[in-house]
Ligand binder design. Structure first.
Ligand code: FMN
Length: 538
């Protein structure tokens, strides 16, 4: 029975991975900890936890993540005051300083748990995703978290509280069957596929793959006259067929879209796995290690092609995580195995290679270690960091185009810090082999946003994408009042949808839209669709 339950509210996986780190660290401190997804929240189960660590992100406009909606509703209801009497808690909130309701969920959760009778055992942490959220998390954790948790564990034991396993168990979508271990395998064709066990997503990112709508791209259009990926002046208009859950979209809402890795990154990783382009058509399938009668947690929907697994569900634009390195280490040859061991025991060196400043991609990382092939494909697929959907504000209105959703996407790009200089330092420290410096010289010196690169360079009419709609609190005023809208670049997106609403709706008060752009000679196409409705201005 766990001493501590670590609950996470996460949309794109950060809070989830921080929770896993906390669990690992708790074990090192001799504390038994269990990570729980707030998706499985029940009032009885939560109240039965005597010590909780909450890691909660904020979404929308100060709102809970999808998996924390029920929990947030429950803790916000004053009728439940007192329901958590004596529960020990601490909260780590994740947010982004650029949002007006910065870290709202961390703050509200902290206040609510106290109001409900909980005892705060350690200060609330605040992580800012616009700066260095990992450092914020580490600073919070290292400021005395475990000492306070240990004291709380001792207090709870002294009070003689014991948690009955039955009442504290979270519920599960397919709870009837016991949970088995998922084992992936690769088969040559669909004819060789066996029936798969019942399954649920293994992590927050994976839930998106299972729940998103598969929709068709109706149009992709460049909004600038001079398109250049490298100078960052690519802005695209994308139109998607709004099917299924997307049909209820609203202007100003959010569309989350799953990107694909760059084909060159997929090819480079294929070589590392000892496979060729011909193998992309192979099928990835899952079974339960324990046999039939067990359900499993799947990392992504299967059966699927190896091509989809690598380009859609794995994030190949990142250096490997500790989890992937640990899983692959045993099957590596010397001296790569030894260097992986060194990086796993040197947290600073690994963190430097994973940093956003250098943006070392998957194949670039392995090149630094001198690994040219031989990584086990199944271990890689099972443990690779998962691809996250990226969110865009919708730039259309269902009043104008009920079955079409438009997005306006600018390429995100910047120079990276020199991987070569970093490699030199790590070679000098013995964390990388001497060949790493030459390998680092081959790395791409620019960061290109994962989803904006995909949309700018690869997406085309007729393609299928995975997308999910989220409502937003960004709406037009309900009263007929004068409106001023100001948007620069792709930031004009929600106002384009609002403009359409205003043209179709009963508004008589004047409205004006100011559009800002960098180069009058390069952005005429973008301006044309923004300015033409201005003629309507009252
Ligand atoms: C669409 C969207 C809306 C967000 N809204 C807020 C917000 O209102 N307040 C805030 O502090 N952070 C906000 N954030 C930032 C996230 O909370 C932050 O990136 C966090 O690290 C995400 O954690 P997760 O990966 O566990 O979901 C928002 C992020 C996105 C993508």
């Amino acid at each position: 029975m766990a001493d501590v339950h670590i609950y996470f509210g996460s949309q794109s996986g950060t809070a989830e991975s921080f929770s896993e780190d906390l669990q690992e660290e708790a074990e090192k401190h001799g504390i038994k900890a269990e990570v729980r997804d707030l998706q499985t929240f029940t009032p009885e189960g939560f109240a039965a936890s005597h010590i909780v660590i909450m890691v909660v992100a904020t979404y929308g406009d100060g709102e809970p993540t999808d998996n924390a909606v029920a929990f947030h509703k429950w803790v916000s209801n004053p009728k439940n005051d007192g329901a958590l009497k004596g529960q020990r808690f601490t909260v780590m909130g994740l947010g982004d300083m650029n949002y007006s309701r910065y870290n709202n969920m961390g703050q509200l959760t902290d206040q609510s748990l106290e109001r409900m009778g909980g005892i705060r055992i350690y200060k609330r942490g605040v992580g800012d995703d616009s700066q260095d959220i990992v450092s914020d998390f580490e600073t919070w954790r290292e400021g005395g978290l475990w000492e306070h948790v240990k004291t709380a564990v001792a207090e709870v034991k002294k009070e003689g509280r014991c948690v009955s396993l039955g009442e504290s168990r979270p519920t599960s979508a397919s709870a009837e069957k016991p949970l088995g271990t998922a084992v992936l395998s690769l088969v040559r064709s669909t004819a060789e596929l066996a029936p798969e066990p019942d399954a649920e997503p293994s992590e927050v990112a994976a839930r998106f793959y299972f729940e998103a709508e598969r929709c068709t791209v109706a149009k992709v259009r460049e909004l600038r006259q001079h398109r250049s990926l490298e100078d960052g002046l690519s802005t695209m208009e994308v139109e998607l067929e709004a099917s299924g859950g997307l049909e209820k979209y609203t202007a100003g809402g959010t569309l989350a879209l799953l990107p694909r890795n760059a084909p060159s990154d997929v090819s480079a990783v294929l070589k590392l796995l000892g496979l060729s382009e011909g193998d992309l058509a192979k099928q990835v399938t899952v079974k339960a290690k324990e046999g039939s009668g067990f359900k499993v947690k799947k990392p992504f929907p299967t059966p699927c092609t190896l091509g989809d697994a690598l380009s859609l569900y794995c994030d190949l634009a990142k250096a490997p995580t500790k989890k992937l390195l640990t899983a692959l280490q045993e099957k590596l040859d010397e001296p790569s195995k030894e260097f992986v061991g060194k990086l796993l025991s040197d947290a600073d060196a690994l963190k430097a290679l994973q940093s956003e400043a250098v943006c070392c991609r998957m194949h670039e990382f392995w090149a630094l270690l001198g690994v040219k092939g031989g990584l086990d494909p199944v271990t890689f697929l099972q443990n690779c960091p998962r691809q996250r959907a990226r969110e865009f504000t919708i730039a259309s209105s269902p009043l104008m185009a009920a079955k079409r959703i438009s997005l306006c996407v600018s390429l995100t790009t910047r120079e990276t810090e020199s991987l070569e200089s970093m490699a030199e330092k790590l070679v000098a420290a013995g964390a990388l082999p001497p060949t790493a410096v030459a390998a680092a010289r081959e790395a791409r010196p620019r960061f290109l946003g994962m989803c904006s690169r995909y949309i700018s360079a690869d997406l085309k009419e007729g393609d299928a994408v995975l997308a999910k709609y989220h409502p937003s609190s960004l709406t037009l005023p309900s009263k007929d009042v004068p409106i001023v809208m100001v948007g620069a670049g792709a930031g004009v997106a929600p106002f384009r949808g609002f403009w359409d609403e205003l043209r179709k709706g009963p508004q008589v008060a004047p409205a004006v839209l100011f559009f800002g752009c960098r180069h009058p000679n390069q952005e005429l196409v973008g301006i044309s669709w923004v300015l033409s409705p201005c003629a309507w201005q009252a």
